[in-house]
Design a protein around this ligand. Structure first.
Ligand code: CDP
Length: 240
């Protein structure tokens, strides 16, 4: 069955890349990839390639912005000009500012910022290659980099999207599904409590579809969490 754009995204219950509806793309993670950062991580997730670097906690300047009760957390998301098919104009735009804002808010839920008065914790997410779901990959890489930096946190943040493609609820949309599918629902959770810290939606879903997609995305994020934990363990040489 083709959708309204004349593109067949599902055939015999399988997706364009052969995945089942509830299957994640292949994910690999590595910590400690940047020499000058306090902590860092590199995540390949399908065709997405994302690096995250954490700087700090360090004293916040200018001084008038300092908070004597807690550190400022800033997550800056950037899509590299060469990361997408049509060259992206360098520098911040509305989309990257939005993703930076929601990512910062998601991470503020886990970072124990009160331990670092007057400080700032800066997290840079650089998307080197994009193929849909980059805000989820970025958040996953950011929390891994925070763990690598030894920043005290309540838990990690793990993320994954679900959506609707040719009438079916599917996990972890890739580019073609994101472009030509009906809906995309990126979700980030604090895995230990399954508490949602980011929830956005593109397109339309019925109540039932929304609930199914949300559950699927949370379960996807729980699988991502398992891979994060392995990467942290490997980064520490299995010492924790
Ligand atoms: O990446 P994510 O799904 O979190 O965000 P999006 O705004 O839904 O973007 C979906 C995808 O569109 C990105 O992952 C890129 O592959 C692509 N994109 C692009 O080709 N050019 C842009 N300027 C922005 C996004």
């Amino acid at each position: 069955m083709k959708n309204t754009n004349g593109i067949e995204l599902m055939k015999d219950g399988k997706r364009l890349d052969g995945r089942k509806p509830d299957e994640l793309r292949k994910i690999t993670m590595k910590t400690g990839v940047l020499k000058r950062a306090s902590g860092s991580a590199y995540v390949e997730w399908g065709k997405n390639k994302v690096v995250a670097g954490v700087y700090g906690p360090r004293q916040l300047h200018p001084k008038f912005m300092q908070n004597p009760t807690r550190a400022m957390v800033r997550c800056i998301y950037n899509l590299a000009p060469f990361s997408v098919d049509d060259r992206k104009k360098p520098g911040p735009d509305r989309r990257s500012m939005e993703i930076s804002k929601v990512s910062t808010e998601a991470l503020e839920n886990v970072i124990l910022a009160e331990k670092f008065p007057n400080a700032t914790i800066d997290i840079f997410v650089e998307v080197l290659q994009a193929d849909a779901g980059t805000r989820c990959v970025g958040l996953t890489a950011a929390s891994l980099a925070l763990a690598d930096a030894g920043i005290p946190m309540k838990d990690m943040v793990a993320a994954c999207a679900a959506g609707k493609v040719q009438g079916q609820i599917v996990l972890d949309l890739m580019k073609e599904e994101d472009n030509f599918g009906e809906s995309d629902l990126p979700v980030a959770v604090i895995p230990r409590r399954k508490e949602v810290v980011l929830l956005q939606m593109d397109g339309k879903l019925s109540r039932e579809e929304f609930s199914k997609a949300l559950n699927l995305a949370v379960e996807g994020a729980m699988q991502v969490y398992e891979i994060q934990k392995k990467a942290i363990l490997e980064g520490a040489g299995g010492r924790i």
